[in-house]
Design a binder for this molecule. Structure first.
Ligand code: 13P
Ligand code: SF4
Length: 304
């Protein structure tokens, strides 16, 4: 079967099975093109929570499909490539977080969506890069002690921006964390007429160089609204597909050549086709974990 036939088959199977295809902006272009919805972590969780489809095929990484299952437990949720993981999500687990909670019983656990269901089950509230600042504000204004986990960079960014002090876990996204301040300075010098924009998973020194810091969706919206025509992009390269689609006459230059999340890029058309056809790679979560993890995701949706 060639790609055109495969695309036709995916579309046919989708209707036959009442399935919806969700894709994160970091997915390969061919997947973004065929998806029913392309979005950032927050938008995709909201769609997963409200869809009428019977099957959700989640083109992303494991924690995202798990999140969809937690929010839509009666739906069949499929992940085309089961070993598409997120290195940051695995930098915390229920043992280490459980220990922290025992030692800090009064602390509110604010957990980034890039985490496993087991970590979420021990958390009070979940956040994504779109709503982290708002939700952190909510608890800080109530004078609560918080732990922000597992992304050190986003936590440090929030503390610096708002003048807060709270505990932060020592996790990071290897793609964003690898962006070096020297590369940023070099690119800003090379493209003097371009604006540098970055995702809050980057290190604080890098973020301080940015004209705008935002979640994937916010970065796409920023370049679309901006009067500027050239941007240096400090996030995963997949976003450039949507930026270009919306702004064909603007120029987008990745700040470095290796901004590809290998796990996000594992999914190809064939994986999507096989998964939908055979209904394989179903996400199954232990009922007790699912109901506990649901509490922190519901809290996030309520506060978003
Ligand atoms: P957002 O989609 O929330 O911007 O997160 C980026 C990310 O790293 C997803 O894995
Ligand atoms: Fe995880 Fe980073 Fe890949 Fe996002 S880009 S899935 S945070 S490793």
């Amino acid at each position: 079967m060639n790609n055109i036939e495969m695309i036709e088959e995916i579309n046919r199977l989708k209707k036959e099975k009442n399935a919806v295809i969700l894709a994160h902006y970091y997915q390969n272009e061919e997947i973004q093109k065929i998806a029913d919805y392309v979005g950032d972590s927050l938008a995709l969780s909201q769609i997963a929570a409200n869809t009428k489809a019977s099957i959700i095929v989640f083109c992303g990484v494991h924690f995202m499909a798990e999140t969809a299952k937690i929010l839509s437990p009666d739906k069949k949720v499929l992940l085309p490539v089961m070993n598409a993981l997120c290195s940051m999500a695995d930098m915390i687990n229920e043992i280490s977080l459980g220990k922290y909670k025992k030692e800090n019983p009064d602390t509110v656990i604010v957990t980034y969506v890039n985490s496993t269901a087991r970590t979420k089950a021990l958390s009070d509230v979940c956040v994504t890069s779109s709503n982290a600042l708002k939700i952190i504000d909510y608890y800080m204004n109530k004078n609560k002690k918080i732990l922000y986990c597992p992304d050190l960079n986003l936590g440090k960014y929030a503390m610096d921006l708002k003048g807060y002090k709270f505990d932060v876990w020592n996790g990071f996204c290897s793609i964003h964390n690898d962006i070096d301040i020297k590369e940023v300075e070099k690119m800003k010098n090379k493209y003097k007429d371009a604006l540098f924009i970055a995702h809050p998973e980057c290190k604080l020194d890098v973020l301080k160089e940015a004209s705008f810091v935002g979640s994937t969706k916010e970065l796409i919206e920023y370049v679309t609204k901006s009067e500027c025509n050239k941007f240096i992009i400090g996030t995963e390269m997949g976003v450039i597909y949507e930026m270009k689609r919306r702004n064909p006459n603007k120029e987008f230059i990745p700040v470095s050549g290796n901004l590809k999340c290998k796990d996000m890029k594992m999914t190809g058309l064939k994986d999507l086709y096989n998964c939908l056809k055979n209904e394989t790679n179903e996400i199954i979560i232990d009922e007790d974990i699912l109901s506990k993890a649901r509490v922190c995701l519901d809290k996030m949706l309520e506060l978003s």
